[in-house]
Design a protein around this ligand. Structure first.
Ligand SMILES: CC(C)(COP(=O)(O)OP(=O)(O)OC[C@H]1O[C@@H](n2cnc3c(N)ncnc32)[C@H](O)[C@@H]1OP(=O)(O)O)[C@@H](O)C(=O)NCCC(=O)NCCS
Length: 259
């Protein structure tokens, strides 16, 4: 079995968020970790840089999940729901979600299947006003447009990542129109009802502390303790030492501050 840096058991109500540095080479043991299906998908990228980022994201994800479950990475069966959300066998009691943007990847892992994460790189698109009008609720547009112009771009991505994380937690992704879901523009921890769900069901959305020019958010059904953030350790397996650009803070653990 291949090892990975899992700091300690993940308890119910806890969330671990792993940062993946996608700016490196292909790990030498890639084919012992990444599924054939993902190797085929990788082959469809036009540019090497995008292919390698994709493969590193899948490599990190599988190494992590395998370590939490206690099996070899290729023994993991990852299935997709009808909207493409990957998930493990529910009997394992482990939920996860992946997001990537440029050189940055995030994997959120918890004891619920309804977990979503989203990361976006700054700068935001230039036409944030028009995009917000198309993608946000009337209340979100109003609060966004009341901001000073210098804060618009970041506030746009704050709202957008919260929305995507919420929709990814529910597993529906952008099959649900983002303008129908209110998550607010402020980077606060807030609870939102689940459309069609029981009155006591909710998804808790929180913005994650910004790092490296990114904006990110996490959504978890039923809420969770303050998430903990870790950096994926690319050096844990000796075979991966050929990778370029290894993260300096490999294996370190941080409290995820909320902005
Ligand atoms: C999920 C979705 C919002 C991703 O948006 P994005 O910002 O481009 O990408 P992110 O990096 O944040 O997330 C991508 C990852 O989310 C996961 N994902 C895919 N579909 C998902 C869904 N419905 N819900 C939650 N997570 C999903 C996958 O791990 C994916 O990684 P991969 O593309 O490397 O396999 C978007 O692709 C979507 O709406 N998909 C659903 C479309 C649909 O209904 N398809 C039906 C036919 S399958």
């Amino acid at each position: 079995m291949l090892a990975a840096a899992v700091p300690r058991p993940l308890l119910k109500g806890e969330i671990h968020v792993w940062r993946l540095d996608l700016a490196g080479g292909c790990p030498a043991d890639l084919e012992r970790v990444v599924s054939d299906g993902d190797l085929v998908r990788a082959g469809r990228f036009a540019f090497d840089r995008d292919r390698i980022r994709f493969l590193r994201a899948k490599y990190g994800l599988r190494r992590l999940l395998a370590a939490y479950v206690g099996v070899a990475p290729l023994e993991l069966a990852i299935a997709l729901n009808s909207h493409g959300k990957p998930h493990l066998d529910p009997a394992l009691g482990l939920g996860f979600n992946l997001s990537h943007a440029g050189d940055y990847g995030l994997v959120a892992i918890g004891r619920t299947a309804r977990i979503g994460v989203d990361i976006e790189e700054l700068p935001a698109p230039r036409d944030v006003r028009a995009l917000a009008t198309a993608l946000f609720t009337a209340g979100e547009v109003q609060s966004l447009l009341s901001l000073d112009a210098s804060r618009l771009a970041e506030a746009f991505l704050t709202c957008w990542t919260r929305k995507e994380a919420y929709l990814k937690a529910l597993g529906v992704g952008l099959s649900v129109a983002p303008c129908t879901v209110h998550v607010g523009t402020a980077p606060r921890r807030c609870r939102f009802p689940i459309a069609g769900g029981r009155p006591d069901e909710f998804v808790e959305v929180t913005s994650l502390a910004q790092a490296d020019g990114c904006v990110a958010a996490l959504a978890v059904e039923g809420g969770a303790a303050e998430p903990e953030i870790f950096d994926f350790d690319w050096e844990i397996s000796p075979e991966t030492r050929e990778s370029r650009s290894l993260p300096a803070r490999a294996g370190s653990r941080k409290r995820l501050g909320r902005p």
